[in-house]
Design a binder for this molecule. Structure first.
Ligand SMILES: [Zn+2]
Ligand SMILES: [Zn+2]
Length: 470
């Protein structure tokens, strides 16, 4: 009788659960464990926070790669990551162990689209979809170098790792903040890299730094060329420029609270030169970054096919919006955030033109707190209705009345891809508009009920209209 796939999966899960009920026995049994049991056992051990088993499993892992992927836990997060890292066979003396781990890539990032291990259908290199392709210490580059050495018949014992020691990659997203636990985790990783004598490549793809001045020494043990996402809060612009010169593969940058140490013009020019070198850049986010009448300089050096542009609290002028509407980027942008700029205080035409230009690609638009009034919104409504790919629209904290909000809803329901609208609390709900404490929550509840009823009438229950009251 043939057992179906579902029944086999259930049996494997049951076997994994019964193994976990006796940790020492489970660890002992790993050597003899069938390969098919490793993944279900790992998932249960991870979710249950069984640190000792996790460490032993990493040591005996029978596949090339191990990804945390979609799994997530709330408690003991760093302890679990440390236990798993501890299982890596990076010390020369560990290679004598009878447990021959096949593991070459340990990926500690959370990624909902990634499975526990990559399919081994392809026997050719690279065997893992997440292999590092940039660092000279990556498995890919190390093996290429070793292959070249063999082909050319060059024997150079100094340039190679010991033959028993295979290079290993540890992929991890890092956040440099001032909490004690984060600091402990970083120094744990640093000591692992040092102990490995070059066999462990610590590969950080997503880096968040809060206050760069406090973390300069930790940055030195990272290979900055591997990073594709950088989020940086509080730094001097010249420090950012120095970092960018090394992070040449960045795909996404988010900078906030950046100040000038030296002469503003010079620092800004140097920053633009480095930024212009980033050929892979798709997403740029600047917040609290003064750009008044300077946006043309930024757009000139950005890739024309930029996907995401967020310029919140950047002091943008109408001239800047005109420049943006005439830029090559305007016809490619999918996400645009111009919140917290007073771009509607004088005229609306520049923004109207911009909307027409981005209408073919725009999916996500934020114009919160931009002093958008009833008359401006009515004027830009036709252009907004042309944005047929729009999925999310947020225009909270603007002085809008209820009749205009209802009119807007009628018009926007024809945008079939638009699913989420974050609207401003209409002015009549406040005793004094946008004044903390003067909001009448009863009136706001009536507004919400009325909008929901209108959506039902036009059969757009798939669309949600919400607001953020304070
Ligand atoms: Zn993989
Ligand atoms: Zn790397």
């Amino acid at each position: 009788m043939k057992m179906d796939q579902k029944a086999i999966a259930t049996l494997l899960e049951l076997a994994a659960k019964s193994l976990l009920s006796n940790e020492p026995a489970a660890i002992h049994a790993l050597e003899e464990l069938p390969r098919d049991l490793f993944v279900p056992l790992f998932i249960d051990a991870f979710l249950g926070g069984h640190k000792k088993i996790l460490k032993a499993m990493v040591r005996a892992w029978p596949f090339h790669c191990l990804h945390i992927g979609a799994l997530s836990i709330q408690e003991s997060y760093y302890e679990i990551l440390e236990a798993m890292t501890d299982g890596l066979q990076i010390h020369p003396d560990q290679n004598s162990s009878s447990w021959g781990s096949k593991l070459r890539i340990l990926d500690l990032r959370q990624d909902p689209d990634c499975g526990t291990t990559c399919s081994e259908i392809s026997t050719t290199f690279p065997f893992c979809f997440q292999s590092c392709v940039y660092s000279r210490h990556s498995i890919l580059k190390t093996e290429e170098a070793q292959h070249n050495v063999k082909c050319l018949g060059i024997v150079n014992s100094e340039s190679e790792l010991p033959s028993t020691q295979k290079p290993i990659e540890l992929v991890v997203d890092l956040s440099f903040n001032s909490t004690l636990r984060t600091k402990q985790f970083l120094s744990f990783l640093q000591s692992k890299v040092e102990q490995s004598f070059g066999s462990l490549h610590l590969c950080c793809r997503d880096l968040q730094i809060d206050k760069i001045s406090a973390h300069k020494s930790v940055l030195q043990f990272l290979d900055l060329g591997c990073i594709d996402h950088l989020e940086l809060n509080q730094a001097y612009l010249n420090e950012v420029t120095t970092l960018l010169a090394q992070m040449i593969h960045l795909n996404s940058i988010s900078l906030s609270n950046i100040s000038f140490k030296h002469r503003k013009g010079e620092d800004f020019r140097a920053f633009l030169i480095q930024l212009g070198q980033l050929d892979n850049l798709q997403e740029l986010s600047l917040a609290l970054f003064c750009l008044t009448d300077q946006l043309h300089k930024l757009l000139r050096i950005l890739p024309p096919q930029l996907d995401t542009l967020c310029l919140s609290f950047c002091g943008l002028s109408n001239r800047d919006i005109t420049v943006l509407s005439q830029s090559s980027q305007a016809t490619y942008l999918r996400l645009l955030n111009l919140s917290n700029n007073q771009i509607f205080s004088e005229v609306y035409e520049p923004f109207q033109n911009l909307l027409e230009k981005v209408s073919g690609t725009l999916q996500y638009l934020e114009i919160n707190n931009c002093l958008v009034t009833d008359s401006t919104l009515s004027a830009i409504l036709p252009a907004l209705s042309h944005c047929t790919h729009l999925r999310v629209l947020s225009f909270a904290f603007n002085p809008i009345t209820m009749p205009l909000l209802m009119d807007l809803l009628q018009h926007l329901t024809c945008l079939m891809e638009l699913k989420h609208v974050i609207y401003p609390v209409p002015v009549h709900c406040y005793e004094q508009w946008n004044f903390p404490g003067s909001l009448d929550r009863q009136k706001l509840a009536e507004v919400q009920a009325q909008l929901t009823a209108m959506l039902q009438v036009v059969q757009r229950d798939d669309m949600t209209w919400t607001t953020c009251p304070e």
